[in-house]
Design a binder for this molecule. Structure first.
Ligand code: ADP
Length: 257
C-alpha cells in the first residue's frame, strides 16, 4: 500500500460531552505522519465540523434547521483545521484543506483541478484534509447533493486518486450481521466481496443529511470501492493508531475486497 485515504467519523473525533477529542486528533496526526515518513501518500477525509461548531457555541443538540447546521459547519471547520494544523505541526507534518462538493466533482474541468491539486500536495508530502463544503452543499430537497457524512465522499476521493486502500474509521469494530446496538447476536463480518441488498438491509436505514451517515452510507462507499476493484477496511477509530495495525496487514475490522 503506497497511497491511502483515511476517513474518520464525527463519533471518533468528538467526546460525548460535545468537546473535540484532542487525544484522538493527536493520535491520528501522529499515526498519519508516521505513514508519510515511511514514504506513503496519505489523504485524510475528516468529518466533525458541525460537532465542533456545536461545541464552540455550547449547543448540546444538533439544530434541525439547515441554515444553523451550515453556520455551525462554518464555525467548526475552522476550529477543526486549527487543531489539526497544531497537532500535525508538532510532528513536523504539513497539511492542507480541501473542501469539496458534488458539483465540483461532477464537472470535468473542476474535477481536473481538484485532481491536479491533490496530486501536487501528495507529491510535496503534504496531507490534504478533505471535507464536504457543508456551507454550500446541503439541499433539503435533493439529498443527492450531499455525500452523507463524508463516507461516500471518501470513496469518491479514493477512487479518483487510485488509492490502494480506503480506511474508514467509525465508532464500531466493523460491519456486523445486524446493528450490534440492537441485536445482541450480531456477528462481525470479517470479509465482504460484494455489497448486496441483503447487506444493505443489515445496515439499517440511511442516515440523515447532517446526522452521521450510519452504516448504510459506509456500505455504499464500499460498493463504489469494490466496483473499482479497490480495497476498503472498516474499523474502530477509538484509537486511531489502529491504522498502523491495518497497514501491517493485521486482520482488523471488515475488509471489503
Ligand atoms: P461515524 O460517525 O463514525 O461515521 P455512524 O454512527 O454514522 O459512525 O455509523 C456507525 C453506526 O452504524 C454504528 O455505531 C451502529 O450503531 C450502526 N449500525 C447499523 N447497522 C450496523 C451493522 N450491521 N454493523 C455495524 N454497525 C451498524
Amino acid at each position: 500500500v503506497s497511497r491511502v485515504v483515511v476517513k474518520i467519523g464525527t463519533s471518533s473525533l468528538m467526546h460525548s460531552n460535545g468537546k473535540l477529542n484532542l487525544q484522538a486528533i493527536d493520535q491520528l496526526s501522529y499515526t498519519l505522519t508516521g505513514l508519510v515518513n515511511e514514504g506513503k501518500q496519505v489523504i485524510l477525509v475528516s468529518s466533525g465540523a458541525i460537532g465542533a461548531g456545536m461545541g464552540q457555541l455550547g449547543l448540546t443538540t444538533r439544530p434541525e434547521e439547515i441554515t444553523k447546521q451550515q453556520a455551525l459547519a462554518s464555525i467548526g471547520q475552522s476550529e477543526l483545521m486549527t487543531v489539526y494544523q497544531q497537532r500535525f505541526a508538532t510532528y513536523g507534518q504539513k497539511i492542507s484543506q480541501v473542501l469539496l462538493t458534488h458539483d465540483v466533482l461532477d464537472y470535468p474541468q473542476s474535477r481536473e483541478y481538484v485532481h491536479n491539486t491533490i496530486e501536487q500536495l501528495l507529491d510535496w508530502g503534504v496531507i490534504p484534509v478533505v471535507n464536504e463544503n457543508d456551507t454550500v452543499a446541503v439541499d433539503e430537497l435533493d439529498h443527492r447533493t450531499t455525500f452523507g457524512d463524508n463516507d461516500q465522499l471518501s470513496a469518491i476521493v479514493a477512487v479518483r486518486s487510485h488509492a490502494d486502500l480506503l480506511i474508514m474509521l467509525s465508532d464500531i469494530d466493523g460491519f456486523y450481521t445486524g446493528n450490534p446496538h440492537k441485536d445482541p447476536h450480531a456477528q462481525l463480518i470479517k470479509e465482504l466481496h460484494q455489497v448486496t441488498d441483503d447487506s444493505l438491509k443489515r445496515a439499517g436505514g440511511a442516515g440523515t443529511v447532517f446526522g452521521t451517515g450510519g452504516m448504510a452510507t459506509k456500505l455504499k462507499a464500499a460498493a463504489n470501492i469494490l466496483n473499482h476493484n479497490q480495497m476498503m477496511v472498516l474499523a474502530n477509530g477509538a484509537n486511531p493508531s489502529i491504522i498502523f495495525n491495518i497497514m501491517n496487514g493485521e486482520e482488523i475490522g471488515t475488509l471489503f475486497i
